[in-house]
Design a protein around this ligand. Structure first.
Ligand code: PHE
Ligand code: ZN
Length: 866
């Protein structure tokens, strides 16, 4: 349902709210034919704002009554606002509204899911529950009472502490909760459902006892212990690393199967997508376990970075998200494997954020304007935001950063603040001047840094020259870019004392390193010290040397990625010109050395090093993307490695088998990852032996990691007849059809398949009982994953685009947020050839021309066509 003509909101227009709401009392009468919400607000004029009409936000509310200080009030109502004039300086406003959570398909506000009622209020869902000044700088204390049928909804939860409960007539019951902390409305939550609970407790450093509870759908308690452990580990970690203790008496997590996003940090009452709670070794992979650790930590960390100190307005979203992602990354690195964590972060950034920053939705980590804020929960705000925080730590050191965090909380605890406030605290604590650094908050685009080196043998002087540019914004001012460097000699020894962090501040800049006996090999941007593209004309010999010897694991990996990227892009050009690709012997030799040294370098690292850059990342490096040639080239290199190293892959596959019981530890996960990389390469040989090996692994696996890896490699097989493929897919569904999250994997493995008939398969699956067009996880698994399948989504005949447009139009009204995420699959359409562009433009225009298109989708599609 469309209400108004979409309007753009600007950061520069910020003004403080005209009224404040000190206390909120809410009463929910939950019934099958609708929920009645009675809201009693203790309000007063904001002393620092200019007096104005009181305008309350609302959406899909049926107003039953409005009273000021107990008397019926005169008001003006539109579909999205309720205005009152002639108000006293302080007053009580009571409204009664009726809402329809059973028909709330957007999953924003109060909505129905299988096991009860749940809420999602970030960013602007609270206005779908009651009339309110729905903005994060209005912070209030809440008292909440829920009434519902006792047998159907035995569990009644809200933020804070339970204060009273009881039975009432007609088999109903009630419960009242009080939250002692002031909070913005987006952190409000209630739950009424039939749920099982796992309880535990945590004693904080200062001796406070916090009651912990994880609520899940019935019969899933055996899938909760991992999340509970993750919660306790996060609590301890935040005390140790940042001196931050839990301030709550009750910390509750509720898992729900219908959820637009990953999870939500509501004060004391997190609501999670089941995907980030439920895990057991036979249904969750190593990656799932690690993601659960990080998401549980992320939401817990928000209790300080987001809740205790919140955002003044939604433009400041990265204030809480970039910082909290950085914190969960650091937690994950400490808990699992720091080397591969960093590699995966960068892989993810390049796959999602770099393309975003080069496309129609590019925005600074703090956007200057938006039409729909839900469209800005992006890789840029989250992941690039985390990189910006990481750069601050790189520039002022770990201790300086900790001092800055302490200062931030000393200044701003209990406030709603801006990104400037955060950086000012960092500056005050460290003495570092962040004036130029602030451009990272205000300019979009991925900077390109071109570096070159020259050696003056007579003077023993090596000169590094850097040029920075921003192709996205040619008028962009230069950034302050921290570039970590080290120099290596021709044997691969690190030159003592050569490790340093250079600060690029000008468009062109030079640095000298003296007293060198011979020309060194520079290793630049170690640990990925800034989110930039870095070009340096490395020779293959230099890269091979760095891959073998660089002591910074990220840059060792990076050297291998650079080698592989060049080979694949050259091969794609050859294939497009009708030639066959050429592979130098040196590449397979380098890969062989990696396999031989896996015991020393770690299986997890070698698994990452042997994983070629993804097609999406490589596509960004092509002038005009030829998805077929790119796909063929990348697979040809995989096959080349498989042919050259078959013996090594087979040997290691056997050697890496794990005999002890499954545990999602870093050590075991690394072994499994490398073993499954070996299986993946063996499958490139397209032999019956390899397929039988995969099927055997599929059938014998005692854990989802190995079972799923085998299934994924079989799902790619494109032979006329592959009985192993059909057998594994059928068996997997038969075994797991009642485990929703495993069914998502079954859908994903088919929609990401290389097979040319993938679109037909995906279309057929939309009619399969496993699919549910009302469930975001199912849509992401089947439809969005297909949109990320570069070669199949971008089919030359436009069939992938037409299919996606159909799905978006089918969904845009029912769930605009999820539909809008699907629309982002079109982001890179202008990088393809004219024929594909014509098809994509037609699909986008068809979406845009739809009458009453939701604001979310309209903004994305308009920017994409613009
Ligand atoms: N704030 C949530 C997080 O990052 C994400 C979220 C945003 C969830 C909007 C739901 C809606 O943890
Ligand atoms: Zn977050």
């Amino acid at each position: 349902m469309k209400t108004d003509t979409p309007q753009t909101v600007y950061l520069k227009d910020y003004t403080p709210p005209a009224y404040l709401i000190d206390h909120v009392e809410l009463d929910f009468d939950i019934r099958a034919d609708g929920t009645t919400v009675t809201s009693t607000l203790a309000m007063r004029r904001n002393p620092v704002a200019t007096p104005a009409t009181l305008v309350l936000d609302g959406e899909e509310l049926h107003t039953l009554s409005v009273a000021v200080d107990g008397k019926p009030a005169t008001y003006t109502e539109t579909p999205t606002s309720l205005s009152l004039n002639d108000l006293p300086a302080a007053f009580t406003l009571q409204t009664v509204v009726r809402i329809q959570p059973d028909h709330n398909t957007r999953l924003s506000g109060l909505y129905r899911s299988t096991d009860g009622y749940f809420t999602q209020c970030e960013a602007q869902g609270f206005r779908r529950i009651t009339w309110f000044i729905d903005r994060p700088d209005v912070m209030s204390r809440y008292t909440v009472t829920l009434h519902a049928d006792q047998a159907t909804y035995p569990v009644l939860l809200a933020n804070g502490n339970p204060v009273a409960a009881g039975a009432e007539a007609d088999g109903r019951h009630w419960a009242t909760w009080e939250d002692p902390f002031k909070k913005p409305a987006y952190l409000f939550a209630v739950v009424a459902g039939k749920l099982d609970v796992l309880r535990d407790s945590f004693r904080t450093a200062s001796g406070r006892e916090v009651q912990l509870a994880i609520y899940v759908e019935p019969d899933k308690l055996d899938q909760c212990p991992h999340a509970m452990d993750a919660l306790k580990k996060s609590m301890k970690w935040d005390e140790e690393r940042f001196g931050l203790e839990c301030d709550l008496d009750h910390y509750m997590i509720v898992a729900v199967g219908d959820f637009n996003m990953g999870a939500m940090e509501n004060k004391g009452l997190n609501i999670f997508n089941t995907k980030y709670v439920l895990a057991r070794s036979d249904v969750a992979t190593d990656v799932d376990f690690e993601n659960i650790d990080r998401v549980v930590a992320h939401e817990y960390f928000h209790n300080w970075t987001g809740n205790r100190v919140t955002c003044r307005d939604w433009f400041q979203l990265s204030l809480k998200e970039g910082l909290t992602v950085f914190r969960d990354q650091e937690f994950g690195a400490d808990l699992h494997n720091r080397q591969t964590a960093r590699i995966r972060e960068v892989r993810g950034l390049r796959a999602a954020q770099f393309p975003e920053d080069a496309g129609p939705m590019a925005h600074p980590i703090r956007p200057a304007s938006f039409v729909e804020i839900n469209n800005f929960y992006t890789a840029t705000v989250y992941e690039k935001g985390a990189e910006v925080i990481r750069m601050i730590q790189t520039l002022i050191g770990r201790d300086g950063f900790r001092a800055g965090m302490d200062e931030y909380f000393r200044r701003h605890d209990g406030q709603a603040v801006t990104c400037e406030d955060f950086v000012a605290a960092m500056a005050a604590a460290s003495g570092f001047d962040f004036a130029q650094f602030m451009r990272w908050y205000n300019q979009p685009g991925t900077p390109h840094v071109a570096a070159s080196g020259s050696f003056d043998a007579a003077a023993g002087r090596y000169t590094l020259r850097f040029t920075q540019s921003n192709p996205r914004a040619s008028d962009a001012a230069p950034y302050l870019i921290p570039v970590r460097v080290a120099l290596f000699d021709g044997e691969g020894h690190l030159l003592a004392g050569s490790e340093q962090t250079l600060q690029l501040t000008a468009t062109e800049q030079e640095f000298h390193i003296d007293n060198l006996a011979a020309e060194p090999v520079p290793s630049l941007l170690r640990d990925f010290s800034a989110p930039v593209y870095l070009d340096f004309a490395y020779t293959p010999e230099q890269l091979t040397l760095l891959l073998a010897h660089e002591s910074d694991p990220f840059n060792a990996w990076e050297a291998g990625q650079r080698l592989a990227s060049t080979l694949i892009l050259d091969a794609a050009r050859a294939i497009a010109a009708g030639q066959s690709p050429q592979w130098p012997d040196s590449f397979a030799a380098a890969a062989r050395r990696l396999l031989q040294t896996q015991a020393q370098r770690g299986a997890a690292f070698v698994a990452e090093a042997l994983t070629l850059p993804g097609e999406g990342t490589l596509a960004e490096m092509m002038e005009v993307v030829d998805p077929d040639a790119l796909h063929a080239a990348r697979n040809a290199l995989r096959r080349h490695l498989a042919e050259e190293l078959e013996g090594e892959f087979s040997g290691l596959y056997a050697a890496l088998a794990i005999s002890e019981a499954y545990a999602p530890t870093a050590a075991q996960a690394g072994r499994r990852a490398l073993r499954n990389v070996c299986l993946g390469y063996l499958m490139e040989l397209d032999t019956d032996a390899a397929r039988r090996l995969a099927l055997q692994q599929f059938e014998k696996a005692d854990n989802m990691t190995d079972q799923f890896a085998a299934l994924a490699s079989l799902a790619n097989v494109n032979a006329e007849l592959c009985p192993q493929r059909e057998q594994a897919l059928a068996a997997f569904y038969a075994t797991w059809q009642d485990e929703a999250l495993v069914v998502d994997k079954w859908l994903a493995v088919q929609s990401t398949s290389r097979r040319p008939d993938t679109l037909a398969t995906v279309k057929a699956l939309t009619a399969h009982p496993a699919f549910d067009a009302g469930n975001p996880n199912k849509i992401y698994a089947l439809i969005r994953n297909f949109g990320a399948n570069l070669v199949r989504f971008n089919a030359a005949d436009g069939s992938g685009y037409a299919f996606m447009a159909d799905r978006i139009l089918d969904l845009h009204d029912r769930n605009p947020q999820v539909a809008s995420r699907l629309a982002r699959c079109f982001d890179r359409w202008k990088k393809f050839d004219d024929t594909r562009q014509d098809h994509a433009r037609a699909a986008l225009q068809r979406i845009r021309n739809h009458p009453d298109l939701s604001r979310d989708v309209l903004e994305v599609v308009t920017r994409s066509l613009g």
